[in-house]
Design a binder for this molecule. Structure first.
Ligand code: PMP
Length: 370
């Protein structure tokens, strides 16, 4: 028998798939500890909630474990009802996601095609180019202004092929925030054949005075999708649950593309309980506010530039970021290099518990004084 000719499987995938640069997640604690043979490492690399999750959410998740032989509710009835109540929208306006990343991907898969285009800002969240490229659509990156989104320039980038615009507010990894007035003006100017995704993953960390009234805009702008997550202030990153709010016709399309069981039963139960625990979110915001003051004061004392942040992390400039990152790792502190965001001179650190922040600052001082 003659051997079959070897196939280069990479040739089977469309070129726009093989060209995708893989997402680089924060280094897991267990991996660093294994590599260095150490224990007690601190991870400040993925903007997680250092307090963990609400005890009420954990209890609900435990109860839900009793029923894991059954498929989840594919319509997410209770969670959607809780989200709809919270935001005073119809349940038909809610799309549940396996994390809000899933919502971003659903938008792309529902509305983008090869040859179409999506607009996002330079230094914006890495998942926007990723989900765009996976559909074969073109990503149009618009130069940032002072590390934030330049909405005027983004407006000008909307040509006939553009179907989707992604806006992160606050943005990751820069922590920059757009004024609600400017986001609204953008929505008023965008042609209504273009969908605008307002990614508010870090919304819960904002003081009320800085929060946009984005959900109420949904009634005026049927081309708006607001996305939120339970991964940050609610502390459920490991369970993967987020949601999009949209015009019911848009939500309906996204729900057709969505896998019916994309949010697990345990995640749904935990999220319902987490959403009801406002005190936990409030305490998380307050801890973050104090931690941000502590960390930025420490960066200032080390004479390092940082980008003022409205989220639960801050990006700062260091000479030779890669070396500093490696030295921090050896000192048992994991931060995030952000060269892949076009910021090779910066590192991003998530705000942790007070003792984690202190440990980070001490390790950073040591790493810089080599
Ligand atoms: N949007 C932004 C701006 C983010 O930083 C993140 C998390 N890194 C997400 C969305 C997605 O988070 P998740 O999928 O956990 O909801």
């Amino acid at each position: 028998m003659t051997a079959r000719p070897a196939i280069d499987f990479c040739d089977l995938a469309p070129s726009y798939i093989s060209a995708i640069a893989p997402y680089q997640p924060g280094k897991p604690i267990a991996e660093l500890e294994r590599e260095l043979g150490i224990s007690g490492a601190v991870k400040l690399a993925s903007n997680e909630n250092p307090r963990g999750a609400s005890p009420k959410a954990i209890a609900a998740a435990r109860t839900a474990l009793d029923d894991i032989a059954r498929y989840p509710d594919g319509n997410g009835f209770e969670l959607k009802r809780a989200i709809a109540d919270r935001h005073s929208v119809a349940e038909s306006a809610v799309v549940l996601g396996n994390g809000s990343n899933d919502v971003l991907e659903l938008v792309a898969r529902t509305f983008l095609t090869p040859g179409a285009a999506a607009v996002f800002a330079q230094h914006a969240f890495a998942v926007y180019p990723l989900v765009t490229q996976a559909t074969g659509a073109i990503g149009v990156e618009v130069a940032a202004r002072d590390f934030g989104h330049d909405l005027i320039a983004m407006q000008h980038a909307i040509t006939g092929d553009v179907k989707v615009v992604f806006i992160a507010n606050p943005n990751n990894p820069t922590g920059t925030l757009l004024h609600p007035r400017d986001v609204r003006a953008f929505l008023e100017d965008v042609p209504n054949r273009v969908l605008v995704v307002l990614d508010e993953a870090y919304n819960d960390y904002l003081p009320d005075a800085l929060k946009a009234d984005s959900v109420s805009w949904l009634t005026e702008f049927p081309n708006l999708v607001v996305s939120r997550t339970f991964s940050k202030a609610h502390g459920l990153a490991g369970l993967r649950v987020g949601y999009g709010l949209a015009h019911p016709a848009v939500a309906d399309l996204m729900n057709r593309v969505r896998q019916p069981f994309n949010v697990s039963s345990v995640a749904q139960a935990a999220a319902v309980a987490a959403l009801a625990d406002d005190a936990f979110v409030e305490q998380s915001r307050e801890l973050n506010r104090r931690g941000m003051e502590h960390v930025t004061a420490g960066l200032g004392k080390l004479a390092l530039d940082f980008i003022p942040s409205y989220a639960n992390f801050v990006s700062f400039r260091v000479p030779d970021a890669r070396t500093v990152y490696d030295r921090l790792l050896r000192l048992g502190v994991i931060v995030r290099p952000i060269a892949s965001y076009g910021m090779p001179d910066f590192l991003r650190v998530s705000i942790g518990l007070p003792e984690e922040n202190a440990r980070f600052l001490a390790a950073l001082q040591q790493a810089l004084s080599h």
